[in-house]
Design a binder for this molecule. Sequence first.
Ligand SMILES: Nc1nc2c(ncn2[C@@H]2O[C@H](COP(=O)(O)OP(=O)(O)OP(=O)(O)O)[C@@H](O)[C@H]2O)c(=O)[nH]1
Ligand SMILES: [Mg+2]
Length: 327
Amino acid sequence: MKNLLNQIFNHDRKALAKAITLVESTLESHKEKSNELIQQLIKENKNESVRIALSGTPGAGKSTFIEAFGSKLINNGKKVAVLAIDPTSKKTGGSILGDKTRMENLSRQHNAFIRPSPSNLNLGGVTTKTREVILLCEAAGYDVIIIETVGVGQSETAAFDMTDVFCLLITPESGDELQGLKKGITESADFIIVNKADGILEKSANLAVAEYSSALRLLSKRIDTHEDYPKATKVSSLTGKGIREINDEIFTFIKLQKKLGFFEQKRQKQNIQWFKEKLDLTLIEFISKKNNFIELRNDLKKKVENTEISVPEAIFIFKKELKQNFC
Ligand SMILES: Nc1nc2c(ncn2[C@@H]2O[C@H](COP(=O)(O)OP(=O)(O)OP(=O)(O)O)[C@@H](O)[C@H]2O)c(=O)[nH]1
Ligand SMILES: [Mg+2]
């Protein structure tokens, strides 16, 4: 274990891949080793990383954006890891893999690490090990971690809960979504990036940025960021126009968040959130493995289905049984 840890700290990519496979494993014997690894890693890791979430509807240009932005980061001397929280990965086997063609330059770079999410999904349909994988990547020297997620409910929330900056990538045509997006934007995004601001779409991109900017000014401000955020900006991932600007914007934001104490606060909150999620999952896993509870659960489910008993009554019976077993 010590050996593997040292190799990771020495930026050994093979060791990193091996460690990721270990933490993603569901085997009990691997779990213990994985915990030991993460525990050591947290103690010894000195890396000051930035975790960025990039969310957007399918086809918004996320992979193309990461290709351009990631290459810029590498040119600036950074090491970049790209991970995915992808609710569709079960079907496609991780669309990010197929996407490697869209991240051709990046995937060839020694300082880039691109990893699809595994297909074993937890109850919420979101991979449970992304946090551990982030920590491993950071220990291996990756100082910018990009989490790509398709903008649908749970995976977006999961990405928000484990990153320092949340970027929402949209296309110029999605102006109509403005109303619907409003609530979600204030809750999560720090940057709204209008992509595809080139060719015939440039004009509508300008318009979209103006519309979003004025809409954002009217919204009530979040208390976990400086009042200048969220910000709307435009970019062309294809031509690279605006990539330098968004890069500067993101790092200015991080600096400000650190200065105001929000950065540390957010990470602490996320750690607690992680603990709660893990604990709940462990409890559910533990209880659902006990045969009598599975039987009781199925029996009560049937009775609820047949309207023999009400839901509160079913829960009451279940709780009584739990108490008898554990108290
Ligand atoms: N004109 C223009 N096209 C773009 C730009 N960025 C992406 N595209 C195109 O949009 C399409 C989708 O791009 P992707 O990068 O695969 O989008 P994605 O969001 O990763 O898509 P999914 O992984 O399927 O969710 C491709 O045909 C890209 O070439 C851009 O800045 N300008
Ligand atoms: Mg993609």
